[in-house]
Design a binder for this molecule. Structure first.
Ligand SMILES: Nc1ncnc2c1ncn2[C@@H]1O[C@H](COP(=O)(O)OP(=O)(O)OP(=O)(O)O)[C@@H](O)[C@H]1O
Ligand SMILES: [Mg+2]
Length: 282
């Protein structure tokens, strides 16, 4: 067991639906996230980002392949063991902000409820709750019901709730999608502080360039697979376990789908040389 690996997906496949009406949302995802890493999951709508995040949160069962979180293979855990792992180790912000909250409880009540499993004193829980509310600009909304907050306010509260117990792993699905740039920056700062101060590993789905820029690594999902990765401002394609490579979309004008190309090996890699254009008679 590799203790410094926070998340591992091995050939993860997820098919939704019933026989005859299947949707293959994940088609063999291989991904390793080390403890303390911060990763932005990017990719077009429908690519499988939310499905992947739900697997990491233990909310879906793989059709094939495996998911490991904090050294534990999720499919081998009982429902009770999975619940303990989720409460102790994982903070989750779902794509629909309202689904993360107790709508009839107040903002502060949601933060106190989230801290149930900790051994903090009541006063310490309150201090933590107020500090978190302040950090996301909701200091004045402590006693308002979560269900009455705006979508953006709910989203900020949901991130605060997910981080209330300083989880080992934060999974956030579009945590800034409903926020203006100032509120988004506050949420990004809070996530970065959790990473820097508590070592929280972060996997966040986002279309927001500011989130991508704030996190250490980007992983792009296309058609249910990891297509490319970005590290330190450079983009790299990922060779899948069956040898497939997804070309970056901006290169498809040079090699459009259907092009016949020759793969030519050389000292440092492989070149793709066009033989026939797509649709050209041979
Ligand atoms: N409950 C479901 N039943 C059937 N198909 C589903 C279900 N949830 C998602 N899908 C399908 O699985 C594929 C991946 O969906 P997913 O929600 O993971 O994409 P996404 O990358 O998060 O997209 P978005 O950026 O729009 O949120 C899509 O084709 C979607 O229609
Ligand atoms: Mg989604």
């Amino acid at each position: 067991m590799n203790v410094d690996v926070a998340v591992r997906c091995d050939n993860l496949v997820h098919v939704y639906g019933t026989p005859g009406a299947e949707v293959a949302a994940l088609r063999g995802v291989d991904l390793v996230v080390k403890e303390g890493e911060t990763v932005a999951l990017l990719g077009p709508s429908g690519a499988g980002k939310t499905t992947l995040l739900w697997h990491l949160a233990g909310l879906l069962k793989p059709t094939a392949g495996a998911v490991e979180v904090a050294g534990k293979r999720l499919a081998t855990l009982s429902a009770a063991e999975l619940a303990v792992l989720r409460v102790r180790e994982i903070g989750v912000v779902l794509q629909n902000p309202g689904r993360n909250l107790l709508p009839y409880d107040t903002a502060i009540g949601n933060l106190l409820f989230a801290q149930r499993p900790t051994r903090r004193s009541g006063a310490a829980k309150r201090r933590r709750a107020h500090a978190l509310l302040d950090s996301v600009g909701l200091g004045g909304a402590a006693t308002r019901r979560a269900g009455r907050l705006s979508g953006g306010e709910q989203q900020r509260l949901a991130v605060a709730v997910a981080l209330a117990n300083s989880p080992g792993l934060l999974l956030a699905d579009e945590p800034t999608s409903q926020l203006d740039p100032v509120s988004a920056a506050a949420v990004i700062d809070l996530i970065r502080a959790a990473n820097e101060e508590s070592g929280t590993t972060v996997v966040a789905v986002s279309h927001d360039a500011a989130v991508g820029a704030a996190l250490g690594r980007t992983v792009t999902i296309r058609d249910g697979r990891v297509g490319s990765e970005g590290r330190s401002g450079e983009d790299y394609v990922v060779v899948g376990r069956d040898g497939t490579v997804q070309l970056p979309p901006e290169m498809l004008d040079t090699l459009p789908p259907g092009t016949l190309a020759r793969a030519v090996r050389h000292d440092h890699g492989v070149d793709l040389r066009r033989i026939y254009d797509a649709g050209e008679s041979q």
